[in-house]
Design a protein around this ligand. Structure first.
Ligand SMILES: *Cc1c(COP(=O)(O)O)cnc(C)c1O
Length: 365
C-alpha cells in the first residue's frame, strides 16, 4: 500500500543519528528541560530567523500559549479559517477567545484577506491565518490588516516548516509563529511536540512561564499556567531532523514537480504556488471531480490517498451552528468536496509517484 505519509520511513532514513541522540539523552538521565530542549530551541530560532523559540508539547498548545501570552481571551474575537485541522479552532476556544470564520482564496486554499477584513469588528483582537498544505497565506495583506486595525498576527505554521515568504521563513513575519511537530509534519517528532517562535523577548519569556505552571525563575507561579513541555527525547529527535529539514523539503518539492508535470494535462488541478513564495508540500493536494470515485479507484490500485479535510470545522459536530461567519464559506465548502491529497513524504520512491500518476490518469475522469 502506498500511503499519504510515512513517519516510519523518516525514522529509518535517519535511524543511526536518531538512536544516538536518544541514547545520549537516556544516558544523561535528564529527561525534562535539559540541554536537548535548549539546543533545539536555539537551532530552530536560528533556522526560522527569529530571536526566540519555545518548545511546547504540541502545535495546539503552541497556539493556546501564544494567544494567552498576547493577552487574548474571554470576549476577544479571533478570525481564522474553517479549512484547517480542527486544532486551530480548538486552540482559540481553549484560550477562552471566540473564533470567527472567514472564507479562503480558492487558488491557494488559505484565508482570504478580503473576507477577513469584512469580518473585523470592534472586538477583533487577532488574526490566525493557516499556512495550509505547506505554503503561506497572503502575509503581506495580513500584516497590513493587522497594522491598520491594531490586531495581533499569529501564524499557524503547523504544515509549513521551512517554507518562505518573500525570502523569510514562515513564522517570522507575524507576532508569533506556531508549529506542530506531530510525527507526520515536515519536522516531526516520534510522538507529540510543538514549538513557537517570536522576536519579542518579553513575549517569549511569558510563553516559557505559561508552558510550565506559570513559574518564574524561582518557581513562584506568577500566573496560572499549563504543563506543556517539550521533552528531552523529542527535542533530541527534532534536532536530528532539523538538520535534514531543507533536504527533506527538497525531496518533497521534487516529487511535487513530477506530479505537476504528469498531471498538467489531466482533469486534476495541481496546487498553485503563490508568486514570491515557496511551497514545502506538507501535503500535495489536487482538486478532483468525482473525488469519491477517484479515491476508490486509487484504493483498488493499492494507493491510500487522503482528504484534508472532508468536513470543514464549521460543519463538525462541536462547532456546527455556533461560530460567527459560518454561513458565508462557499469556497471552504467547495474545497472540502474537491480536495484530494496524493502520497507525499521525503522518502516516497519515484516508482510510487509514477504508480500514483498512472492510476490517476487511468481513472477515466
Ligand atoms: C497539526 C496541526 C495543528 C495541531 O498540531 P498538534 O501538534 O496535533 O496539536 C494545528 N494546526 C494545523 C494547521 C495542523 O495541521
Amino acid at each position: 500500500m502506498i500511503t499519504c505519509s510515512n513517519p516510519q520511513a523518516q525514522y529509518l532514513a535517519h535511524q543511526a543519528a536518531i538512536d544516538a541522540a536518544m541514547r545520549r539523552v537516556l544516558e544523561s538521565g535528564q529527561l525534562i528541560q535539559g540541554p536537548a530542549v535548549k539546543a533545539f530551541e536555539r537551532d530552530f530560532a536560528a533556522y526560522i530567523g527569529v530571536s526566540h523559540a519555545v518548545g511546547v508539547a504540541s502545535g495546539t498548545d503552541a497556539l493556546v500559549i501564544a494567544l494567552r501570552a498576547l493577552g487574548i481571551g474571554a470576549g476577544d474575537e479571533v478570525i481564522t479559517t474553517a479549512h484547517t485541522a480542527v486544532a486551530t479552532v480548538a486552540a482559540i476556544e481553549l484560550a477562552g477567545a471566540t473564533p470567527v470564520f472567514a472564507d479562503i482564496e480558492p487558488r491557494y486554499f488559505t484565508l482570504d484577506p478580503r473576507a477577513v477584513e469584512r469580518a473585523i469588528t470592534p472586538r477583533t483582537k487577532a488574526l490566525v491565518p493557516v499556512h495550509i498544505y505547506g505554503q503561506g497565506a497572503d502575509l503581506d495583506a495580513f500584516s497590513a490588516l493587522a497594522t491598520r486595525h491594531g490586531l495581533r498576527l499569529i501564524e499557524d505554521c503547523a504544515q509549513a516548516h521551512g517554507a518562505l515568504h518573500a525570502g523569510r521563513r514562515l513564522g517570522s513575519v507575524g507576532d508569533v509563529g506556531c508549529f506542530s511537530c506531530y510525527p507526520t509534519k515536515n519536522l516531526g517528532a516520534l510522538g507529540d511536540g510543538g514549538v513557537l517562535v517570536t522576536n519579542d523577548a518579553e513575549l517569549a519569556a511569558r510563553c516559557r512561564r505559561l508552558r510550565e505552571y506559570g513559574w518564574n525563575e524561582t518557581r513562584d507561579a506568577v500566573e496560572p499556567g499549563l504543563n506543556s513541555r517539550l521533552d528531552e527525547l523529542q527535542a533530541a529527535v527534532l534536532g536530528v531532523k532539523l538538520a535534514a529539514l531543507d533536504a527533506d523539503n527538497g525531496r518533497r518539492q521534487a516529487h511535487a514537480r513530477e506530479y505537476d508535470r504528469r498531471l498538467e494535462t489531466s482533469s486534476f488541478t495541481p496546487p498553485e504556488v503563490r508568486a514570491g513564495a515557496s511551497h514545502v508540500y506538507h501535503l500535495y493536494v489536487v482538486r478532483a471531480r468525482e473525488r469519491e470515485r477517484v479515491l476508490g479507484h486509487l484504493r483498488e490500485h493499492g494507493i491510500a490517498a487522503g482528504v484534508h479535510y472532508p468536513v470543514p470545522v464549521h460543519l463538525q459536530t462541536a462547532y456546527r451552528g455556533r461560530i460567527a461567519g459560518s454561513s458565508a464559506l462557499p469556497e471552504t465548502e467547495r474545497a472540502a468536496r474537491e480536495v484530494l491529497s496524493l502520497p507525499m513524504y521525503p522518502e516516497l520512491p519515484a516508482t510510487a509517484v509514477d504508480a500514483v500518476c498512472n492510476a490517476l490518469l487511468g481513472a477515466g475522469i
